[in-house]
Design a binder for this molecule. Structure first.
Ligand code: SF4
Length: 272
């Protein structure tokens, strides 16, 4: 389903990194709203979603004039000190509308011309490979963090049916690495997976971050509990995976196949 679109003309783009993102000087969201509409998305419970009559996932606001605004804000921020940017915290910068609108690409063009000290691009879309030319210009100052929550397509479809298929995300990670772009797989949130998952990740990236609802939703899992995800686990007969210690086995398996220091947990895995 196509999202309803609205043009917006923001007054500012760079937001101060706080909370989970306190390791960053700024966060940057090219859109408001996200048509991937994942069932576990914590933004569902935030004011940006709650004060909207339409359901999360069905609407996207387009930030018009974003590139010109970022050019000015970035120069100002760099004059004050190191600039580390997390893009994006409450939308996916490569959701489908980006094919047509190219707002994320326009922001990357600005950053390729005037690089921040570090940029983490958080996405679950293979569309990010379109911008390999710009990411290469940013070199070691940029890392793509690709969400890959599971290797089971049936599970992915149950939790985030509108998001890109897992094999396409793994291929994108490989393509980025082959092009010399820094990457990591963000197993966030970890969803039920097979025993082959850690090795599949290792074959396409040299770094992985594992997170779950309990470590990563900012409320010890309470925020996620309000979303009623336990019903999805029950329907799938996978309730054992909705537990605080469910990540242990996957974490251990990743430690055995990734290099030392390349497996991180929760917030530490997203730091610059
Ligand atoms: S891709 Fe990210 S921002 Fe978009 S709905 Fe899913 S979790 Fe939320």
């Amino acid at each position: 389903m196509k999202p309803s679109l609205l043009d917006k003309y923001p007054k500012s783009l760079l937001n101060k990194g706080t909370g989970f993102l306190e390791g960053y000087s700024h966060s940057l969201n090219p859109y408001t709203g996200c048509s991937f509409g994942c069932s576990y998305c914590y933004v569902r419970g935030m004011p940006v979603s709650l004060f909207r009559s339409e359901e999360w996932g069905t609407w996207v606001d387009l930030k018009r004039g974003a590139a010109e605004l970022l050019r000015k804000e970035l120069a100002r921020a760099k004059a004050k000190g190191p600039v580390t940017i997390f893009m994006s915290s409450s939308t996916d910068p490569y959701q489908p509308i980006e094919y047509k609108e190219g707002i994320t690409r326009s922001l990357l063009e600005v950053m390729a011309d005037d690089p921040p000290d570090f940029l983490l691009l958080q996405t679950r879309s293979p569309l990010v490979t379109r911008d390999i030319d710009l990411l290469r210009r940013l070199g070691p100052r940029a890392r793509v963090s690709m969400t890959v929550e599971t290797d089971r397509e049936d599970v992915r479809k149950a939790f985030s049916p509108a998001a890109p298929p897992i094999p396409a995300r793994l291929r994108a990670l490989r393509e980025l690495a082959d092009a010399g772009v820094g990457t990591q797989a963000a197993v966030a949130p970890l969803l039920p997976c097979t025993g082959n998952f850690p090795a599949a990740l290792r074959s396409v990236t040299d770094r992985v971050c594992i997170d779950d609802y309990f470590m990563g939703d900012g409320s010890g899992g309470k925020r996620t509990a309000r979303l009623g995800l336990d019903a999805v686990y029950e329907r799938l007969g996978l309730s054992d995976w909705y537990a605080r210690d469910a990540y242990h086995a996957v974490y251990k398996a990743c430690l055995s196949c990734f290099p030392d220091g390349a497996v991180r947990l929760s917030q530490k895995g997203f730091l610059p």
